[in-house]
Design a protein around this ligand. Structure first.
Ligand code: HEM
Length: 408
């Protein structure tokens, strides 16, 4: 079978490739590499449910390479003073770290942030509404999530530009298609980021999540390195994926005025639409696992040390798991049963925050416009080239405003 997940067309539209893989080679080894793609829903859920065999420890980066075959580039976090935590940890360490942070992200606590998100959005969306146009990614989808996660961590709002640039560097490292020069730069940027976070951990803002982590370090429950690595992971995960969701949801609505109208009439259905958006354009296309021993998945033998990418974006379009998988279905029986937020012990800790942000943003966009659509004459929206994430680079929208003055 001849597939190239790193080609420009596969990166822009991976779904035909996923479909072929699900059909012909659901556990597919990239030729001459120790990398396997898992594309069927049931295989993926099975692997995610066995962390003792499919470990989340990753100390290498998959890279398209200069030739036709992908390569695995060693990237030991230890070399820059970081260490595997939470998303890249296994039980029992993962369990303890998750317990420490779970409370900080529960839905009831996130709900308290609603007025803050509304105010922030109001500030950001009012000028575009007055203008009648917006570059959605730059003005709303990218800055809002980074601002919210920085607030939760107690990081200064004056640092948002730097935080976003660092988050982008972290994502570029894992894109699989960055140039070697960009990889080297991004790696250096991670060193600067960690040293910034080390300072913040030493002087945490009171009652912030950074303070919770600093207290755990002081108690000896976490090492210093674990503390800064947790902060790094939260900034990157908290900024990137929600931006992806805000972009894909706005685009889908911009291309479907009927759907816009139905949600304007019945905003209580916005959360279901957002779950469909996460399912159809999973902001994290996939995450890696590495096998701790020889095993079998979907009838395929995997050696010890196999790097397995669980392709959430493909599993979410598996017709065997979701009828009418390629379309928004507002009547879906179990709209929350997708794997866009993961599956098993690593299920996204930030899902309540992401859902809240997205619900507020989409509701405001619908309430404060009579309609919106892709700007005529603007370049058609394209995605960041990456095997790891799915996020639009730009989204130019024309906003036909209702003339309302505020979000609330
Ligand atoms: C639409 C937005 C988001 C999506 C689609 C998403 C997706 C995911 C996925 C698929 C995983 C599972 C990773 C794995 O199994 O290897 C995950 C885990 C994680 N996410 Fe999210 N995420 C989103 C928002 C956030 C936010 C806002 C935060 C920040 C608070 C966050 C922090 C994390 C962390 C720390 C983990 C690791 C949890 C663990 O290992 O126990 N995510 N996310």
């Amino acid at each position: 079978m001849n597939v190239d997940p790193f080609s420009g067309s596969s990166l822009e539209d991976p779904y035909r490739l996923y479909e072929r893989l699900r059909h012909d080679a659901p556990v597919y080894q990239l030729p001459e590499t120790g990398i396997w793609f898992v594309t069927r829903h049931d295989d993926l859920v099975e692997a995610a449910s066995k962390p003792e065999i499919f470990s989340s420890h990753i100390s290498a980066i998959v890279y398209a390479g200069a030739g036709t075959n992908a390569v695995v580039v060693p990237a030991d976090p230890d070399a820059i003073g970081a260490v595997d935590v939470l998303a890249t940890q296994d039980p029992p360490v993962h369990t303890a770290q998750r317990k420490l942070l779970n409370r900080a992200f529960v839905a009831s606590r996130m709900a308290l942030l609603e007025p803050q998100i509304v105010a922030l959005l109001d500030e950001k969306i009012s000028p575009p509404l007055a203008r009648g146009t917006v570059e959605w990614m730059e003005e709303i989808a990218n800055p809002l999530p980074v601002s919210m996660i920085a607030g939760l961590l107690g990081l200064p709002q004056s640092d948002l530009g730097r935080l976003k640039a660092w988050a982008d560097a972290g994502i570029d490292l894992l894109s699989g298609v960055s140039t070697m020069e960009r990889m080297a730069d991004a790696w250096q940027e991670m060193i600067g980021f960690l040293s910034y976070l080390r300072e913040r951990l030493a002087t945490p803002a009171p009652e912030s999540i950074t303070a919770t982590i600093a207290e755990a370090v002081a108690r000896g429950d976490l090492s210093d390195r674990e503390g800064v690595s947790l902060l790094l992971q939260l900034v990157i995960a908290g900024s990137e994926s929600t931006a992806g969701l805000l972009g894909s949801a706005a685009r889908r609505l911009a291309e479907d005025e009927e759907l816009q109208d139905s949600l304007r009439k019945d905003p209580a259905r916005i959360p279901v639409f957002l779950e469909e958006s996460v399912r159809l354009e999973s902001p994290f296309r996939g995450h890696f696992r590495v096998t701790t021993r020889e095993t079998e998945l979907g009838g395929v033998k995997l050696p010890e040390g196999a790097r397995v990418m669980l392709m959430w974006g493909s599993a979410n379009r598996d017709e065997k798991a979701f009828a009418n998988a390629g379309a928004v279905d507002m009547e879906r029986e179990h709209p929350y049963a997708h794997v866009g937020f993961g599956s098993g012990i690593h299920f996204c800790i930030g899902a309540p925050l992401a859902r809240l942000e997205a619900r507020i943003v989409v509701q405001a966009l619908l309430e404060r416009t009579t309609t919106f659509r892709l700007s005529r004459g603007a370049p058609s929206p394209r995605h960041v080239p990456s095997v790891f994430v799915r996020r639009l680079t730009h989204l130019h929208l024309e906003l036909i405003s209702s003339g309302d003055a505020s979000v609330a």
